[in-house]
Ligand binder design. Sequence first.
Ligand SMILES: C[S@@+](CC[C@H](N)C(=O)[O-])C[C@H]1O[C@@H](n2cnc3c(N)ncnc32)[C@H](O)[C@@H]1O
Length: 382
Amino acid sequence: MKATRAQQLSMSFDPGALAHRAAEPPAQYDQSETDADEDALGDCQWSTSVALDPKHRPQVWDHPSSTVRREWCRYPQEAHLLDEENWRYRRLTVDEIAILQGFEPSWFQIPGMTNRNRIRAIGDAVPPPLARAIVSVINKQWNWKRRTAVEICAGSGGLGSGAASLEGMEHLALVDQWAPACAILRHEKPWGADRVHCGNVKQHDFSNLKGKVGFLSGGPPCQPWSIGGRRKGFVDPRDLLAWIHELVGTLRPEVFAFENVPGLVTELNAEYLTSVLSNLRVAGGKKYGVVAGVLNAADYGVPQIRRRVIILGFRDMPTAFAHHVFDKIGAAATHRDPHLPAAGRQRWRTLRDALDARPDPGGWRKWIDIVPEPRPLGNRRR
Ligand SMILES: C[S@@+](CC[C@H](N)C(=O)[O-])C[C@H]1O[C@@H](n2cnc3c(N)ncnc32)[C@H](O)[C@@H]1O
């Protein structure tokens, strides 16, 4: 049973109670949740096992945020902020989470949309500063025949905002099957609401766009590692990365850019990724120069450690050209890990840099006293 807020505040150190809490699994997104629950945000369920996991600690003012995730809609410990003295904490607001993801909060201020869906959408997105950096470097290196774009698995349009920032680039279509994402994509965005299609991208008819697309981008999900290491990605119907070469073959864009999670480049998935890249290199009987690499949004001024795999492809170009462009994107980084030397770059932005000028939204609660001394934060690399 959930502790009430008053019970949590009065909670004192009780090893027995904590042992019980430590056995609780971390909160997961409950698919059975109803709309009525959506704004009734429950109190955080603290547990020692999660508090001691460096990936799941609350945020602190003087570091970038850890990776924002859609599961923050449940307000796990990561979605909380510790006060300076480490003795009280509060939830991050939805607007603050949007800022940590590099968005203007207004991007997600959609009439009637629940806070939880806004957080889910934010958590899935590519931070716009990273998207703009990628697309602006491509734009400098590529002579477009057509300044047209298609975005698949568009989510809330974080990656799509990159192409939209290019002068004269027109979105022909943005496709996503999640209704809240489509509502965000249709609300006061830099592309026409009529360009947004809500449905399964695999069933979408792209035949009328064949040969008309300059830039194809998107965040197709992949499931190869999520099934107990059995690497079912190739046969999992939810997996779109292994299918993506078919769409590239249909549209034959000049350039493509796909984003994914960094787990894709682990050894476990090497065979899968190699196969995805090999298929893209010969998609539709064309030759594409293709490269995959990892970028960190923090290096582009986003106050968050967020590593993402980016797959880039260029029609009728050698692989070496794709590597060249990727290197240029790396060189366009504006910020750096403060522990590493990188001349001319500012240190990573922190929560303080991003949020301090905003009014305190309140909601501070006392830290649950699970350790007698203030919590040692040490060298909190994320
Ligand atoms: C990681 S998110 C993409 C985020 C996006 N790149 C952004 O920057 O906002 C993946 C999206 O793919 C969508 N998706 C997954 N499978 C799909 C399918 N078969 N057809 C259309 N959309 C799909 C999900 O609804 C989700 O919004």
